[in-house]
Design a protein around this ligand. Structure first.
Ligand code: FES
Ligand code: FES
Length: 159
């Protein structure tokens, strides 16, 4: 077992994990952060996307020990302390950018990182930036629309 200290959604956890434990399994099974989901376990679908030190990663592709000393944000830690949704979360709701919702946590984490890197993306930028996240339901149109709407909302906030 390996000792790790990780800040997750603002709380520091000291835990023992097996060296082979994946970050997504640590989050779900040891911390109960089941908002982060597993779609494939093989780095293909993006459902497990979280932020590691502010950048999106597929948490089925990261070992828990690699998060030692780092900060992780999951979908459960994205909203403000008062529960206020972020512009990306609001845009997903407003644009009906989900059906079953399984891909949604990962989509939102990826879109949040994408907009942090590129606050004024074109539709093509969004499609490229989200290409590692798969959705079986929506056909992507409303997801792209939501990310563009969130970009507009953020621009309005900063105007
Ligand atoms: S579960 Fe991680 S990419 Fe699919
Ligand atoms: S909404 Fe069902 S997989 Fe995306």
């Amino acid at each position: 077992m390996s000792k790790i200290s990780v800040k997750v959604d603002g709380v520091t956890y000291e835990d023992e994990v097996e060296p082979r434990t994946l970050l997504v399994h640590y989050l779900r099974e040891q911390l109960g952060k089941t908002g982060t989901v597993v779609g494939c376990d093989t780095s293909n679908c993006g459902a497990c996307t979280v932020h590691l030190d502010g950048r999106s990663v597929k948490s089925c592709n990261v070992l828990a020990v690699q998060a030692d000393g780092h900060e992780v944000t999951t979908i459960e830690g994205l909203a403000g302390a008062d529960g206020a949704l972020t512009p990306v979360q609001e845009a997903f709701r407003d644009c009906h950018a989900l059906q079953c919702g399984y891909c949604t946590p990962g989509m939102i984490m990826q879109a949040t990182d994408l907009l942090a890197e590129n606050p004024d993306p074109t539709e093509e930028d969004v499609r490229l930036g989200m290409e590692g996240n798969l959705c079986r339901c929506t056909g992507y149109h409303n997801i792209v629309k939501a990310v563009l709407q969130a970009a507009g909302a953020r621009a309005g906030e900063h105007a």
